[in-house]
Design a protein around this ligand. Sequence first.
Ligand SMILES: *Cc1c(COP(=O)(O)O)cnc(C)c1O
Length: 431
Amino acid sequence: MLHKNLSVNDNGHLAIAGFDTVELAKKYKTPLYVLDTDSVYESCVKYKTLISKYFAEGSKPLFASKALSCTEIYRIAEKAGIGIDVVSGGEIYTAKKAGFPLKNAYFHGNNKTDADIAFALDCGVGCFVVDNTEEINALQAEAERRGISVRVMLRVSPGIDPHTHKAVVTGSVDSKFGIAIETGQALEAIKLISGCKNLLLEGLHCHIGSQIFEYDPFAEAAAVLIRFVSEVKAKLRISVNALNLGGGFGVRYTDEDPEFDYEAVLSKISASIKKSCAECGVEEPKIYFEPGRSIVAAAGLTLYTVGSFKTIKGYKSYVSIDGGMPDNPRYALYQSKYTCLIANKAGEEKSVCATVAGRCCESGDLIQEDVKLQHCERGDILAVLVTGAYNYSMASNYNRLPRPAMVAVGREGDRVIIKRESYEDLVRNDI
Ligand SMILES: *Cc1c(COP(=O)(O)O)cnc(C)c1O
């Protein structure tokens, strides 16, 4: 199977972490998100172990909350002893509710409002990843008013395009995020921060993209940052001791995606950083990574009940399911690839080719087009694999559909970690 937590059991059913998905669908109803929480925990620990093995002391992973934010995730992150990145008051609130120590949180975003800044400071968020000069000034003013010091990292755009990076295009200098190094504005921002008496510069941050399977875009970004660190040292006499290289490690969604060897990639990034530091005469900085997708994606899958299988003669076949773009908007948004199968016939040959359609009044409401599936009919359970990231966190109530429940499976058995929304939940805020 695609990932080692997936198997076909003796009943010919799809299992995740040894749990029969057909039984889970029966017990908890569909649509249903299932999350293998042991595998989430193991991924956190794997990152922590590898990062401390290959990078300078104090280097660490921060889980990128936007991939999946719910209280259980923050409990796992805390248990694994890793930090988190958060991008909104809502994520901060959720982490706080979970009892996560927010001093280990890094607050991102290109537009943190005054209310966000105040809330984050009230909650004791450890570090702000500042994005622009107005935010720096607003944060300084608020920190001064409170009489406290705040750690900051400056988000810079290194001008690396991860997909055409061989040409080292300056494409991502043109970005809504961060401050460009190339234009000299990042240096100005460092100068500004160093003049802010309530702000302490922890380091630099960049995030170059997503679904990256090679090491070299990270190595190139790090090289740009390290050159900038030496420029900052030479021109401003400020030493920068930490680089946050963001997230973006690739995940295997279908058989066509490669297996990702984290140790090989991280060790190559490490070797390249050591070389860049030696060339620029700077001390090896602490390195942070912010994996989101690669921690939770493969730990999750979604179960749906098939409502119909129709074949339009001379055209194609459609399978209609009891969920769709409200619980997984990724195909509708950017044609993301997924592996689908009929969970109660997982041991059978995939003999048909069909488009998996959601139940919304929207022709673009598709989960996948023209995929191989086992023959199916009303009442079968359709599984979409590798949905742990950017599914629940992107879910909506479009067509007034309640969001599905999420069930954790693992050593502690199976249990609901997010309740299914009720119709009453849908009208809760209506007046
Ligand atoms: C999206 C994002 C991440 C996580 O990316 P993944 O592809 O999920 O690993 C990390 N850091 C920042 C700043 C991001 O915007």
